[in-house]
Design a protein around this ligand. Structure first.
Ligand code: NAD
Length: 475
């Protein structure tokens, strides 16, 4: 690991590095189990100090002209660009994302979303007249941001960039599994000239630092991305002070392939979407719904396509699937694969054992199950690994019903012979975003979930609005 990553491991409070907390947390490279660094295990005292700094900084930051706040976000983006390779390598080291994917997507997404939100600032309707009222949009205040490990930079920037443009100040609690990139971002914001206290970073675990932040009376809003269980707990502890809570949670997204779809494209794009980042993507289409008559043909094509997903050392340029983010995640994914076998799903590819030649590191075998029934555990629960379930359906009504029959509603896809037919089915899916025939990711489109996949929306104009209050002034 490069020496500089080892220096970025303190809390960042009021523009200064500081230690503090109940001991420390080891950051482990999941490819080989080596300890990369230690971060302090912050708790209530460190959160108190960070919230105080953010409250003090809010007074002046909220009054900085919006054009200057947007310009600051672009300067931070420039800093990310300048340290692109170092950031990509940090992400690969701390959570195992293959280096080529880290460069293109883990870094590409924050570059796109920060540019998008900065550009929005100019034309955004910061005030409007309704009858005799002047309605103004004002910053929500101090934001508590809690983020997961799967996209350690993107998840942070998706909150921090719009919060800064809105005029909010932030206390960030990054994932304790992959906290190093957030430390580097703090350094980049300081180099960009962001005033002390506008962004603060407190390291620690969810139940300690995370809950202290969500419960804190000095925090006006919590923006959380992570699992349903942790999101529920955040909402519970935040309820004590009636603060606004935005939750971006898990998914079990369905990809509905219609009988007139281009199967080659549906298989290629569908498998890629499920397996990228080792399947550790909240929007992954982990259920592939196919007409009964096409089931075997699709499975055959999937098996052939899966051969391209080489598993191995994430620093190798040709690796498509690295280790899971941690040993805990590896054993969780493996036990779901074993559960699928026990419940009678057919293994088309993979299985509950280590990939050949990878006896150490948090590796799993990319797995495809065929003949999966909608009530099986692997068709209902979020696995968060490279595991695809193929479910046959009899007609479109049944496909829609299967797609909608989980607690989640984050993403989804439809492959159809015509765009009209695809959109018709997309409209029937109870989910926050649907890609038709491989429609590309749009960094300005609202992103978020229905049902237990969350509340609120990130990205673009909707994401900016999350961080704003509305005030009516009667004239
Ligand atoms: P996680 O819920 O374990 O942790 C996420 C964050 O929440 C971490 O910072 C963690 O420390 C914190 N946390 C945990 N318990 C907490 C508590 N009681 N109070 C406050 N904070 C707490 O999730 P993870 O394993 O890091 O990430 C994987 C999950 O995130 C998956 O379910 C995935 O679908 C979801 N996710 C959702 C989105 C989205 O945009 N909808 C994006 C990425 C990941």
């Amino acid at each position: 690991m490069s020496a500089s990553i080892g220096t970025l491991t303190d809390h960042w409070i009021d523009g200064a590095r500081t230690g503090g907390g109940a001991g420390s947390i080891e950051v482990v490279n999941p490819a080989d189990g080596s300890v990369l660094a230690e971060v302090p295990r912050g708790g209530a005292a460190e959160v108190d100090a960070a919230v105080l700094a953010a409250r003090q900084a809010f007074v002046s930051w909220s009054r900085v002209p919006v054009a200057d706040r947007a310009a600051m976000v672009l300067r931070i983006r420039e800093g990310i660009k300048n340290r692109h390779e170092e950031l990509a390598r940090s992400i690969t080291a701390e959570m195992g994302s293959p280096i080529a994917f880290a460069r293109s997507v883990q870094l590409g997404m924050p570059m796109a979303t920060s540019k998008g939100v900065a550009a929005l600032a100019e034309d955004f309707a910061w005030s409007e007249e309704i009858g005799n009222s002047l309605v103004v949009r004002e910053p929500a205040g101090v934001v508590g941001a809690i983020t997961p490990w799967n996209y350690p930079l993107h998840q942070v920037v998706a909150k921090v960039a719009p919060a800064l443009v809105a005029g909010c100040t932030v206390v960030l609690k990054p994932s304790e599994v992959a906290p190093l990139t957030a430390g580097m971002l703090a350094e980049i914001t300081a180099e960009a000239g962001l005033p002390a206290g506008v962004l603060n970073v407190v390291h620690g675990t969810g139940p300690e630092a995370g809950e202290a932040l969500a419960a804190h009376p000095g925090v006006d809003m919590v923006s959380f991305t992570g699992s349903v269980g942790a999101g529920r707990r955040v909402q519970e502890v935040a309820a004590g002070t009636i603060k606004r809570v935005a939750l971006e949670l898990g998914g079990k997204s369905a990809n509905i392939v219609l009988d007139d779809a281009d199967l080659t494209k549906a298989v290629k794009v569908g498998l890629g979407n499920c397996f990228i980042n080792g399947g550790q993507t909240c929007t992954a289409w982990t259920r592939l719904l196919v007409p009964e008559s096409l089931h075997d043909q699709v499975v055959e094509q999937l098996v052939a396509a899966s051969a391209k997903y080489t598993v191995g050392d994430p620093t190798d340029e040709s690796t498509r699937i690295g280790p899971m983010s941690s040993e805990t995640q590896r054993s969780r994914v493996e036990s779901y694969i074993a559960r699928g076998v026990e419940e009678g799903a057919e293994l088309a590819v993979g299985g509950p054992s280590r990939p050949d030649g990878l006896d150490t590191g948090a590796y799993v075998r990319p797995t495809i199950f065929s003949g999966v029934r909608p009530d099986m555990t692997i068709a209902q629960e979020e696995i968060f690994g490279p595991v695809l379930s193929v479910l046959p359906y009899s007609d479109v009504d049944e496909a829609v019903s299967i797609a909608n029959n989980t607690i989640y509603g984050l993403a989804g896809a439809v492959f159809a012979g015509t765009q009209e037919r695809g959109v018709e089915v997309a409209r029937r899916m109870r989910t926050g975003q649907v890609d038709v025939n491989g429609g590309a990711f749009n960094p300005l489109a609202p992103f978020g979930g229905y049902k237990q996949s969350g509340t609120g929306r990130e990205l673009g104009r909707y994401g900016l609005e999350e961080f704003l209050e509305v005030k009516s002034i009667q004239l």
